[in-house]
Ligand binder design. Structure first.
Ligand SMILES: [Zn+2]
Length: 570
């Protein structure tokens, strides 16, 4: 049985005509309909499985009583409403249940029952509070209520989920998990293995990377979309992920349909492409999505931000004509190049992965597309090696590997040619000559997983983010309490000059070296110490990160320097 409980100012209804042939005639009074004020309206749909009348009625009354008590309702309107379910019970069963429910509820409430089996017109005004609309599903299985009241001890549960503390002893000093703790960037919890709890400081870094991604992709004429997190499993069967990938997909259920938590963004993107007819004039069509994806991994292989279950993938798809492919690949390489340069990450090598044993598509198509990718790399004079047989089942790909400051290499970006998805989703556009054609498609990511990229960046820089990305950009320390007022004035002035400047103060009653040390652990790029001398000279004593010497500079000069660093993302 499905019910929808509405706490209303009023409901007005009137039967119009019979919806079922076998239904009884109404009395004159019933035909007039009704008007009830301050009622808890219970829309009901009795379903096929509701054969245990006694139990179902009991559960229904229990639910109604529960809500009525919470919203303080004294009047109940039982209102048969077939639209709540597609699995309706026979009229006999429904009538019996509703009659029994009416009888039971009358013991505690003033009850009005709208006629069953009639088309009715109705008008109601629902109150605005959070409990005014509640939907419930009431089921009875094997004579037992499906949802049993569970007994648990929440303090014990809290203890259970709080066990998981980071064990620093096994990590190297430069590990991003340690840096993350020192800088208060993120944490993990037992309740969500492999999923990041971003703290304010960490989210600043993540959002900064996203802003840069958006800027670069807007310049390169990409659109941005966002698609649902949970989608019907049929979609993943169409895309082919179900066959190849089902062990890594989180599943859930809704109204007896199986749903998957998206492990990839591509299928959602295909549906956006298909939502309107496309013309050759719109191609190449570049669509990006910063989609949050979930992939099942064994908890034993999870490792900080490097290996997670939930992550943000900076995905992009390019739909184009075959002759446009090369230009598009160059475009992607340009975006990737700009991005790596921003972080002083160097290209280490590029791998071109070719047709695997298990594949779809004709040989001719593989010949052509492998050559196409290789020619693009040659034309751009990029060093690459061939990874024979390592391509995706739907097409060849190029992977970009970069080297970090510790000499390690990471695969970040990829470009993949895909024959399969346009075919499976029957993507089409209208060509110049008015014929329908199938576009070709590229998948690409720049960061890959933003979570992982933050981890790499933290180790690559030892937490010393460039000023534009640093969670705290400036920290002001007072020498003694005497200087606090002036220091506050400086904070205000810098804030006025540089909007969105992330500036903080440390006016604790402790020594300057101790305050400097704390700011250093937070990797603040600029520490400013305000003492009597600075106050008198109207200058700033600035300690630049990584440099033990203190520079004395004018306020204006300092403002210009930081402004430039932030705006140019230096
Ligand atoms: Zn994709």
């Amino acid at each position: 049985m499905k019910i929808l409980l509405l706490h209303t100012d009023y409901i007005k209804f009137k039967p119009l005509k019979k919806a079922l042939k076998t239904i009884e005639e109404l009395s004159e009074k019933e035909k007039e309909g009704n008007f009830v004020e301050q009622a808890l309206v219970v829309l009901t749909a009795v379903e096929k499985g509701d054969t245990d009348v006694k139990k179902i009625v009991e559960k229904l009354i229990e639910n109604v009583k529960d809500v009525a008590k919470q919203v303080n309702a004294e009047k109940i309107v039982l209102y048969p409403y077939a639209h709540l379910s597609s699995d309706l019970a026979s009229p006999q069963l429904a009538t019996e249940i509703l009659n029994e429910a009416e009888k039971g509820l009358k013991k505690s409430f003033n009850v009005v029952k709208a006629p069953f089996g009639y088309y009715k017109e109705f008008e109601l005004k629902v109150k605005g509070h959070p409990l005014s609309e509640l939907s419930r599903s009431i089921n009875v299985e094997d004579g037992k209520a499906e949802v049993k009241e569970e007994k648990y001890d929440y303090t014990k549960l809290l203890h259970e989920i709080s066990k998981n503390r980071l064990d620093n002893s096994k990590l190297k000093e430069n590990d991003h998990r340690i840096i993350g703790q020192q800088m208060d960037l993120f944490s993990f919890s037992e309740v969500a293995p492999g999923m990041v709890f971003w703290h304010n400081n960490g989210l600043i870094i993540k959002n900064g990377l996203i802003e840069l991604w958006r800027e670069l992709h807007r310049k390169a004429e990409y659109q941005e979309i966002s698609t649902p997190q949970v989608m019907d499993n049929r979609l993943w069967k169409i895309s082919g992920h179900w066959d190849k990938y089902k062990e890594n997909i989180f599943l859930t259920e809704y109204e007896k349909r199986q749903f998957a938590v998206k492990p990839m963004n591509c299928p959602g993107g295909m549906l956006v492409f298909k939502s309107t007819p496309k013309s050759y004039k719109e191609l190449p069509l570049r669509i990006g999505e910063l989609g949050v994806v979930h992939r099942l991994e064994l908890s034993g292989v999870l490792a900080g931000l490097f290996r997670v279950i939930q992550f943000t993938q900076d995905d992009a798809h390019i739909f184009c004509e075959e002759k446009q492919l090369e230009e598009e690949i160059f475009g992607i390489i340009d975006v990737i190049n700009t991005l790596y340069k921003k972080f002083n990450l160097e290209f280490d090598h590029i791998e071109l992965s070719t047709r695997p044993e298990k594949r779809i598509g004709e040989e001719k198509m593989w010949d052509k597309s492998e050559k196409l990718l290789e020619d693009a790399l040659k034309k751009r004079k990029m060093k690459y090696k061939i990874n024979k047989g390592d391509g995706a089942f739907y097409g060849p790909k190029i992977d970009f590997h970069v080297k970090d400051s510790l000499g390690r290499t990471w695969q970040l970006s990829t470009i993949q040619l895909d024959f399969s998805m346009p075919e499976r989703f029957e993507l089409e556009y209208t060509d110049k000559d008015n014929t329908r054609k199938r576009p070709v498609m590229l998948h690409t990511v720049s960061y890959g997983s933003i979570e992982r990229f933050v981890g790499i960046l933290l180790e690559h820089t030892n937490g010393r983010m460039p000023t534009w990305l640093a969670p705290i950009q400036v920290r002001i320390l007072n020498f003694t309490d005497r200087n606090t007022e002036y220091a506050k004035k400086i904070i205000k002035e810098l804030g006025n000059e540089i909007p969105n400047l992330r500036i903080e103060s440390d006016f604790r009653q402790t020594t300057v070296p101790a305050k400097v040390k704390d700011a250093e652990i937070l990797r603040v790029p600029y520490i400013i110490v305000i003492g009597d001398k600075e106050e008198k000279d109207k200058k700033l004593a600035v300690r630049v990160r990584g440099n033990s010497k203190i520079e004395t500079i004018g306020i204006k000069e300092f403002v210009e320097k930081i402004k430039k660093e932030i705006s140019e993302r230096k």
